[in-house]
Design a protein around this ligand. Sequence first.
Ligand code: PDD
Length: 307
Amino acid sequence: MSRIAYVNGHFVSHRHACIHIEDRGNQFADAVYEVWGVRNGALMDFEGHMLRLARSLTELQIHRPMGDAALGTILSRVVSLNYIRNGLIYLQISRGQARRDHVFPPPDTRPGIMITAKPINFEKAESRARKGISVITQPDTRWARRDIKSVSLLPNVLARQAAAEAGAGECWMIDREGFITEASASNAWIVNSDGTLITRPATHDILNGITRRTLFDLARKAGLKTQERAFTRDEVLAAREAFVTSASALLTPVVEIDGKAVANGHPGTFSLQLRESYVATANDRARKQVNRPSVWLVARRGERPVT
Ligand code: PDD
């Protein structure tokens, strides 16, 4: 089955999808992106990602190509056209195509937009979560506005590659003061000895993960102790549990850091229970979302949509 992408107003076959060589996303990383998890054919945390997208665009003064409703319809269409039940959907919006010049192009330049989707094997992700992952650490060499979800990801790519070469699942990055900021593509958490969930505050230093925020709300509602503060690698080694959160990893336990076991070297019950309740909430939200645009239903039933 051929994959379908959406590029600048057109649904096209993934193989033939292309953007102009002078798209500013290509030349300057002058673009932002979002990644939604797709669960049972519905986009997870739809509004949260939309809000963060709006914020990233505003911060970089990139025009919105269309309103939320239109964008939501196109996103769900890409989900259904690719028959995605469980997977990820990627959206990128650039400042548009213009002759190369660092200065912004004229205000009437149309933003560039592209959307792709891919399936995820949730069983595989579940077994990865049950096993837990190891992480390595490296200095955080990124720019000072990590709260903006820009496509300028080279330090993240290098960090993740270093993790892969070390046989680890993620790289946790460390600031100049010795505190962990976040991982290359996920947020970092620990559970300390008195059962408090700790993650770094959402300042300019990290990306304010949508999964992170949903999990925080869940934990607070469940009456768990939470704390937003920076923590060190030594605190990870003294922690009862550690984990990462993201749209793709959901909540995945961390069992080893720089070759040393976290707690007993196995995923903690806290993390696994939290993952379970996060997945249950996501499924519940997905069910409710299905009642919205009709295309959700098409994606859920796996039927061929009317094009
Ligand atoms: N990454 N921190 C960084 C640096 C990230 O790239 C991501 C997401 C997160 C978690 O954000 P969220 O919970 O909203 O997915 C934190 C996505 C999945 C990616 O780049 O593929």
